[in-house]
Write a protein that binds this ligand. Structure first.
Ligand SMILES: Cc1cc2nc3c(=O)[nH]c(=O)nc-3n(C[C@H](O)[C@H](O)[C@H](O)COP(=O)(O)O)c2cc1C
Length: 201
């Protein structure tokens, strides 16, 4: 079966079956969070025939290895979403040159005893009020996904610096470049997800 045949079969199946669904999470727990606004903007910029569902991670407790075999229902629900949807998108701010604790906490829960990120395709964006746009946090996050064996899309890198000057309270963007790179990364994410599904069929 050649590649073109596989793709046609896949497109046919996709039309018959369901749209591509990506789980989005991250942001920060802060009311008025800029990274949350970026995540919500990503939902609007998703390619046609796809959907971003934003997961609520605010109720996930602090990681405790004593409870990995009987985790809180919020953890079970989150892991189920990651497993059952086609890919993931994280938008992270940067705290003290790294990944905010609550976000790393969620990833730790999702990694044991079964790692739901294994072989999963995902994308990462960062935003911060600083000059580096959360780049350091983004690279630390990518490092964790190397260990978790997820496939995180490399390009384009979406790093939104001075986010408070580029995104207003209503979540409107005044930076066309940020929007353009976001759109491109989401397109690459979906295309990679679809390619992998094609190969599996
Ligand atoms: C505890 C803390 C540490 C921070 N550390 C950094 C940092 O290392 N680099 C940076 O660019 N911004 C840093 N900031 C600023 C955040 O980027 C900024 O507050 C951002 O808006 C937080 O994301 P949010 O709007 O989604 O809540 C820090 C903010 C907090 C509260």
């Amino acid at each position: 079966m050649n590649e073109i045949y596989l793709r046609i079969t896949h497109l046919h199946n996709m039309n018959q079956n369901s749209e591509t669904v990506i789980t989005g999470f991250g942001g920060s727990l802060r009311k008025g969070s800029f990274s949350r606004k970026v995540l919500e903007k990503a939902a609007v910029l998703m390619p046609e025939g796809t959907r971003l569902e934003i997961a609520d991670i605010s109720m996930i407790p602090l990681f405790n290895a004593d409870h990995v075999s009987d985790p809180d229902s919020s953890v079970v629900e989150f892991k189920k979403r990651i497993s059952e949807t086609d890919g993931f998108l994280i938008v992270t701010p940067e705290y003290n040159y790294s990944v905010p604790g609550f976000l790393k906490n969620v990833i730790d829960w999702a990694s044991v005893p079964n790692n739901v990120f294994a072989k999963k395709i995902g994308a990462v964006m960062s935003s911060s009020t600083g000059m580096m746009g959360g780049a350091r946090a983004q690279y630390h996050l990518r490092q964790s996904f190397v260990f978790l064996d997820a496939r995180v899309i490399n390009r384009p890198e979406v790093i939104i610096n001075f986010v408070d000057k580029k995104v207003n309270e209503k979540g409107e963007f005044s930076d066309e470049n940020a929007e353009k790179f976001m759109r491109e990364l989401l397109k690459n994410l979906v295309s990679e997800v679809r390619d992998q599904e094609t190969i599996r069929k």
